[in-house]
Design a protein around this ligand. Structure first.
Ligand code: ATP
Ligand code: MG
Length: 601
């Protein structure tokens, strides 16, 4: 392609709308243009990158025996009602764009495709002989994200590869899940990115095991906790660990103490001269279920620890049926306004005990009359601890479960932190890093097939629910993550495998006949040899052309400058700026060799 004929507009200044390097560079180098919040036009250079990523995804997926298809983006609400996710996706998470068609039917724009694929499977899979089966697609997804940002990283319209597998049993599912683990590692490695696979929370998609693939970069929105020896890595949402041991308590007998102005853990520790590990703090949450029921939740956790709200949401979702509900819509720490709606009298905030009386809750429709009391594992074995006295300005010391307070049901609600010991290998201490989630694979099990009645007939002629897996990789997010991992002060440094072009032939002065002639010849020969090459034949100064070539990040540059009189051209590697003069005949074999070497790394 000739630059003189391309839509080629680069910006000298960083656009104000962009915060992180990859977003700035993609805008400046003319790869993308913002159309509205989280919605971007992929310009020709970007589209080539996206197609290259897609092609790598396709090759690795096809190699596992998965088949490509294309599912509708416009999805009827009925299917989502069947799976029970319509309310969660349109109201709770609010992530689905929903609309009403001219016949008054509700539709949604696909944020993901479990419902559609399960409907297809229900219609087409009859017998165990058709299994296992794995279908995937590469397509635009729509999600009305709360905080669209960072360009293609978190868009409201973005490209994803999503695949869904169907099995007779868990064992077959585990086999495909393992194949996908390998395929995803191959894809990300082939795209030229460094990454880390981590244990993950399954979120609203549901199911049992799941794993995410994180590209490590400071701009990442996720926190990864990992051990140096590689034995453990998890998203902080999912992580478990061994918190530091509690210090023995100095309080030997149970006693109520006046503790003025000690509503925070730090001030209480100061006042009582104790360690936060000897305190049971009681954190109040308000949960709202899809049937409108509000539940007030009191979580008892050790003073030095925080509640992992993802773990708490999962527990509350599991308990939905206790409140005749099916889904959790919201979980918040109730502010004063919210408290006024249900609190019968002012709450002793900062001084709450695990047994805060239920009569703090006004009896009314839509509010469960009792606190749901939960205890984190960190408090289970505390002895002679400190906690609130349910009275502002007072705490109790020397308290014990079973004597002073009834121990609520104990579950893991602890948020793991950097510095904790690994539960797998206590010798190892957890480290922290930021990650960009580019892929996520799930073992779904029978959640969707049971809800939607998708069954197959087993060897004994009995109907069984299909066992399912699902696997997503963010094609557009991955492409931008590559830039976030690979750039310098001059611009983008594309990994060769996904660069929009391999090489650019730069003509310093197009008015010099010899320069143009050599450039045209090399341009033709390189393309004929399969080296995807640009020709910078614009009427611009040489300096501008060099700057632009660096900015757009083409791996190899060939300059037809003065040395052509000696039968030579300059070749420059973008990644290192390393430059050398080689004879014109050597250009094609040299560049081809560099590409082959880069692709086999
Ligand atoms: P996140 O936690 O970042 O919102 P997710 O858990 O919602 O991601 P999945 O539903 O598992 O993501 O989707 C599969 C993949 O699609 C993700 O791993 C990510 O690469 C990509 N993806 C998800 N949401 C977006 C988005 N808003 N913009 C771009 N890519 C996205
Ligand atoms: Mg999301």
């Amino acid at each position: 392609m000739r630059l003189s004929q391309m839509l080629f507009v680069t910006l000298r200044e960083d656009p104000a709308e962009a915060e992180i390097p990859s977003h700035k560079l993609l805008l400046r180098a003319g790869y993308i243009r913002r159309i509205s919040s989280g919605v971007y036009a992929y310009l020709p250079l970007m589209w080539r990158v996206l197609q290259k990523v897609s092609q790598i995804v396709r090759e690795e997926m096809n190699a596992t025996g998965a088949q490509e298809c294309l599912l509708p983006q416009l999805q009827p609400s009925d299917l989502w009602q069947e799976s029970g996710r319509w309310e969660t996706y349109t109201k709770a998470e609010g992530i689905m764009f929903a609309l009403i068609d001219r016949q008054d039917r509700e539709m949604g724009l696909g944020p993901t495709h479990e419902e559609v694929i399960t409907a297809v499977a229900r219609d087409s899979i009859r017998s165990y002989r058709q299994l296992p089966l794995h279908l995937y697609q590469i397509q635009t997804k729509f999600r009305d994200e709360i905080r669209p940002r960072f360009g293609l990283m978190r868009g409201r319209e973005f490209i994803m590869k999503d695949g869904y597998s169907f099995h007779t049993d868990e064992e077959s599912l585990k086999q495909t899940y393992a194949d996908m683990d390998t395929a995803y590692r191959n894809i990300i490695r082939r795209c030229g990115l460094a990454f880390q696979a981590v244990e993950a929370d399954s979120g609203a998609i549901g199911g049992s095991g799941s794993q995410e693939f994180m590209v490590l970069a400071d701009a990442g929105e996720d926190e990864v906790l990992y051990t140096e020896d590689g034995s453990y890595a998890a998203n902080v949402e999912k992580a478990t660990s061994l918190p530091p041991d509690a210090e023995p308590s100095p309080f030997e007998s149970y006693e109520k103490r006046e503790t003025p102005d000690t509503a925070t853990i730090a001030s209480l520790c100061d006042y009582l001269d104790c360690s936060p590990t000897q305190i049971v703090k009681n954190v109040l949450y308000q949960a709202v279920y899809d049937n409108g029921t509000n539940v007030l939740v009191l979580v008892s956790i050790r003073g030095d620890r925080d509640v992992n709200e993802v773990k708490l949401q999962n527990e509350l979702t599991r308990r939905a049926k206790d409140y005749d509900a099916t889904a959790l819509l919201a979980l918040t720490v109730p502010d004063e306004n919210a408290q006024q709606k249900w609190a019968a009298k002012p709450l002793p905030l900062g001084y709450i005990a695990p047994n805060l009386a239920d009569n703090f809750i006004t009896k009314q429709k839509d509010v469960a009359p009792k606190f749901l009391r939960l205890a984190d594992t960190t408090v289970e074995n505390l002895k002679n601890f400190v906690t609130g006295a349910n009275e502002t300005g007072f705490h109790v010391v020397g308290a014990n479960w079973g004597e002073s307070f009834k121990l609520p049901s104990v579950i893991d609600l602890d948020k793991s932190m950097v510095g904790d010991r690994s539960a797998k290998n206590p010798e190892q201490v957890l480290q922290t890093a930021r990650g960009i989630e580019v892929g996520h694979i799930f073992q779904l099990g029978t959640k969707y097939s049971i809800a939607m009645g998708a069954t197959f007939t087993d060897e004994n002629g009995k109907a069984q629910p299909l066992v399912m897996g699902c696997y997503g990789i963010g094609v557009s997010r991955l492409a931008q993550a590559a830039v976030e991992q690979s750039y310098d002060k001059d611009g983008i440094i594309w990994p060769v495998a996904i660069a929009p072009y391999h090489a650019v032939v730069t003509v310093p002065n197009i008015n010099t006949k010899e320069q143009m002639a050599v450039a045209e010849k090399l341009y033709a020969e390189l393309n004929a040899a399969g080296v995807e090459t640009l020709l910078d034949d614009r009427k611009e100064r040489a300096g501008v052309k060099f700057k632009d070539a660096d900015l757009i990040g083409i791996p190899y540059r060939i300059v037809t400058g003065r040395s052509i009189s000696e039968g030579k051209v300059e070749v420059v590697k973008r990644s290192t700026h390393e430059s050398q003069e080689i004879s014109i005949e050597d250009v094609v074999p040299t560049i081809k060799q560099w590409i082959d070497e880069a692709l086999s790394d």
